[in-house]
Design a protein around this ligand. Structure first.
Ligand SMILES: C[S@@+](CC[C@H](N)C(=O)[O-])C[C@H]1O[C@@H](n2cnc3c(N)ncnc32)[C@H](O)[C@@H]1O
Length: 320
């Protein structure tokens, strides 16, 4: 008797290798073993993950490459370091050793900031002037690979974006991503905890939006982070002092100086800072409409506030 014909789907050709790779990654404690195995197989084959379904064989060279990649991932090298790319909103950013890998939670921080910038000011905020027709001036403090910078530059019509970063290795990645994007971005090599450089000082009182994802983990968490983070993200991108808020405080002070009256500040923070971060802005006295916001997982994730129109000059002058 002739049984029903079984069509061997193209994806079945890779099934054993993918299952084996996923098992190695699972055993090594990788959080998303199957997804990572598929990403690495696609990378080894030089195709996108969605095209794996059309593959009917794994050539020996690609199989050897996949084996090497899975071994490195099992030793907890970040997936993005192996592929050299990190997806962020509409971007594929070049990343590798020396730069922080952009995180999904920051995508919603940027999305919220863009929506707030491009929607009409709320009636409860009469102090907020409308955007000038030439487009807003935006600043990304602690820019890393340029994830926030390039999202703003690509998604906000007419935006003129300034990226501020202090770490030379991160600056190399930032400049590379900015150059590849051909978007209008000015890169500033500057320390947000120090007095503004001459080029940054020129923006005083003129900025419409500042977004920042600074280092914000409390130093005490050093033993708790995953190997991908603790051994591969640059320490300067992670650690924010005893309470995690050292750089956040500097960002708030610099933002108060750079923003125009009514300008908007949006700062990502640790999930334990849902009260402390807005508390910093309220205690500072130069902010209105201060609010904290959750990420998609419902964890406290970022604070927003508008630079007070009028008032606050005393505090600005005190900063020099
Ligand atoms: C958490 S990472 C965020 C990078 C990027 N904005 C993102 O969301 O993917 C923080 C970045 O701040 C930079 N940074 C740390 N301290 C800084 C400082 N004092 N001044 C400027 N940049 C700083 C680090 O080098 C790192 O690139």
């Amino acid at each position: 008797m002739i049984g029903p014909s079984v069509t061997r789907g193209p994806a079945a050709a890779l099934a054993p290798q993918l299952a084996q790779a996923a098992e190695r990654l699972r055993a090594a404690g990788v959080a998303s073993p199957r997804a990572d195995a598929e990403q690495l197989a696609a990378f080894a084959l030089g195709i996108s993950r969605s095209r794996l379904v059309g593959v009917d064989e794994l050539p020996a060279q690609a199989a050897a490459h996949l084996d090497e990649l899975v071994g490195r991932r099992a030793r907890r090298e970040p997936l993005q370091h192996l592929t050299g790319l990190a997806g962020f909103r509409y971007l594929d950013l070049a990343v590798g050793p020396g730069v922080f890998i952009p995180r999904p939670e920051t995508e919603s921080v940027v999305g919220w900031a863009i929506a707030a910038l491009t929607s009409p000011p709320a009636l409860t905020s009469p102090s907020v002037p409308s955007l000038e027709p030439r487009g807003p001036v935006c600043v990304d403090l602690c820019a890393g690979s340029g994830a926030i910078t390039l999202s703003l530059a690509g998604e906000v019509p007419g935006a003129r974006v300034h990226a501020v970063e202090v770490d030379p290795a991160a600056l190399d990645w930032l400049r590379r991503n900015v150059a590849a994007s051909r978007l209008p971005v000015t890169v500033h090599e500057a320390d947000v905890t120090a007095a503004p450089t001459a080029s940054l000082a020129r923006l005083t009182g003129s900025v419409d939006l500042i977004v920042s994802n600074p280092p914000y983990l409390p130093d005490a968490d050093r033993d708790e982070v995953e190997p991908e983070v603790g051994e591969h993200d640059p320490p300067q991108a992670l650690w924010g002092g005893a309470d995690g808020l050292d750089v956040v405080r500097a960002v708030v002070a610099l933002a108060a100086r750079l923003l125009r009256p009514g300008g908007l500040l949006v700062v990502e923070h640790a999930d334990g800072h849902g009260a402390a971060a807005p508390g910093l802005l309220r205690a500072d006295g130069r902010w209105v409409d201060v609010a904290d916001h959750p990420d998609l997982a419902g964890r406290d994730r970022f604070v927003s506030g508008r630079r007070q129109a009028g008032g606050g000059e005393r505090a600005t002058a005190e900063e020099g």
